[in-house]
Write a protein that binds this ligand. Structure first.
Ligand SMILES: [Mg+2]
Length: 170
């Protein structure tokens, strides 16, 4: 049995988790996405506290590549056709067993990954089946701080959150 306390790797879905699921497309067909700045800081804080972060998305876009680089996320897979298989690839890339891995998702395509990881997390506005399969459901919706909340939840369970906050309190 795995709990938040044992998580060493957090894998995030992109659309509907790091974004609100909206897909902006410009006149040239280039997709644009809106990320939440507090999720970004949360990811940086998690990394500084020793957690590994990965991203797994079914779509492919330059904008995701840019955001991953900006956040220093080395382990990410775009264009995933089967998330249940690709979590094993991320397991190998990050060097953390899936039993010690959290996966944050919002839709049915995430369920194969949910069944592989030790700590599945759903965002507040995930579909019912995903929320039912999750061990933790955030209060925040996808793209509106859900990733930050998931990170905070895990760091608190590990007793690391106060030290993170203390760095900013001066
Ligand atoms: Mg999604």
């Amino acid at each position: 049995m795995s709990v938040a306390k044992e998580v060493q790797l957090i894998i995030f879905d992109v659309d509907g988790v790091l974004t609100d699921g909206g897909l902006y497309v410009d006149d040239d067909g280039t997709p644009m996405k809106k990320f939440h700045v507090r999720d970004g800081l949360g990811i940086k804080l998690a990394q500084s506290a020793g957690l590994k972060i990965a991203v797994l998305t079914g779509k492919v876009s330059e904008v995701v590549h840019h955001r991953m680089n900006e956040l220093g996320i080395e382990h990410f897979i775009q264009g995933s056709k089967d998330k249940g298989t690709d979590v094993h690839a991320l397991e190998a890339m990050a060097g953390v067993p899936l039993e010690q891995t959290a996966y944050v998702g919002d839709d049915l395509i995430d369920l194969p990954a949910f069944s592989k990881v030790g700590y599945p997390i759903a965002v507040a506005d995930a579909v019912a089946e995903v929320k039912d399969a999750a061990m933790f459901v955030t209060h925040a919706r996808g793209g509106q701080g859900a990733a930050r909340e998931a990170i905070e939840h895990i760091l608190k369970a590990q007793g690391k959150w106060d030290a993170v906050v203390a760095r900013f309190a001066g």
